[in-house]
Design a protein around this ligand. Structure first.
Ligand code: BTN
Length: 329
């Protein structure tokens, strides 16, 4: 159900850089001009900048760079039934918050976005650097209709969809490094963390978490990340419209989940994998459960496991692990 704030923003965005009369907004919303003005003040406090002129009305000049729920919802193009969005200033981890919301009975699908995480988590128990620095921390909760053994392919499918979207958004092609890293120029711009609760042979619910370096400035990384991490703003050379990108990503995640649940994804998976995979044919070391495996990446199997050909020409499959590309000698 759109609120007055949604309706006002929709009008202002539709007339971007043109004037929208306060009287017309009041009629459209069925409220007084004073009520419109109060909404505008609320939007100003949230980081919007407007020009206001008595005779002409309001004109949107700048949007907030921090996550803003109504701005994201207004620009979202995919609307699964019952979808809801929660935007928080700070949380321990959006994946943990999504799990708590599921446990408290919130209907899926829903998304949790935070400006900052105090205990952002990555794969293999690692921390995810989660300052309030213009980056995206989002988790989307689903009740998927898929068998647990297909979950390996789920994260990869999500990654491929995100690569497609980012390639359109930035005009620079990202790469996907199995199983969950989004790369630009060989540096990590994003990571995915999928967590599922499984009952017997059914997935009860699933949380897909994405950390994406959007607008953090070059030089803003801690020392251990400085040479490995990159933000989209560094890639493109200019800050991105955070809420527009967040809405586009969220829409793509929701759509990709539907395609996955329908089984439609199998038609395009291999093509997209060939387009974005950065490992194919490369010599790598895979660290898996404390053991190191060397070999050349031969591809993926149907469940998203990595196929690694060793020096004796034997191919082994691995469902999880940490890949390091070997330096060319
Ligand atoms: C990785 O590359 O190891 C995965 C990183 C996933 C980070 C995201 S940020 C949003 C969500 N909340 C978390 O605590 N983790 C994921």
């Amino acid at each position: 159900m759109p609120t007055s704030e949604h309706l006002i923003l929709r009008e202002l965005l539709a007339h971007e850089s043109n004037w929208v009369s306060g009287a017309a907004l009041a009629v459209k919303l069925g409220v007084s001009r004073v009520a419109v003005w109060q909404h505008m003040e609320k939007l100003r406090a949230a980081g919007f900048t407007f020009e206001a002129q008595r005779a002409r009305g309001y004109r949107l000049v700048a949007r907030p760079s921090a996550p803003h729920a109504v701005l994201i919802e207004t620009q979202l193009k995919v609307h699964p039934r019952g979808f809801s969005l929660l935007v928080l200033d700070e949380v321990d981890s959006t994946n943990d918050e999504a799990a708590r919301q599921l446990a408290a009975g919130r209907a899926a699908p829903f998304a949790v976005i935070a400006r900052r995480q105090t205990r952002g988590r990555g794969r293999l128990g690692r921390a995810w650097h989660s300052e309030a620095n213009g980056n995206l921390y989002v988790s989307v909760a689903f009740h998927p209709r898929v068998a647990p053994e297909r979950m390996g392919a789920f994260t990869l499918w999500m990654g491929l969809n995100l690569c497609e979207l980012l390639a359109n958004f930035t005009s620079i092609a990202p790469g996907l490094k199995w199983p969950n890293d989004l790369l630009f120029d060989g540096r990590k711009a994003g990571g995915m963390l999928t967590e599922a609760r499984v009952d017997a042979d059914q997935i009860r619910d699933l949380v897909f978490g994405l950390g994406l370096n959007v607008n953090s400035p070059a030089g803003g990384w801690p020392d251990d990340l400085a040479r490995r991490a990159i933000s989209l703003a560094e890639v493109t050379g200019a800050p991105l419209d955070f809420n527009r990108l967040a809405a586009a990503l969220l829409g793509r995640i929701l759509l990709a989940h539907e395609n996955f649940a329908d089984g439609d994804y199998t038609k395009t998976f291999a093509d997209l994998w060939h387009r974005y995979d950065v490992l194919r044919g490369k010599p790598i070391t895979l660290l898996e459960g404390g053991r190191r495996h060397h070999g050349t990446v031969a591809g993926l199997d149907d469940e998203g496991a990595l196929l690694l050909r060793d020096t004796q020409g034997r191919t082994q499959r691995y469902r999880a692990g940490e890949v390091t590309l070997e330096k060319a000698s």
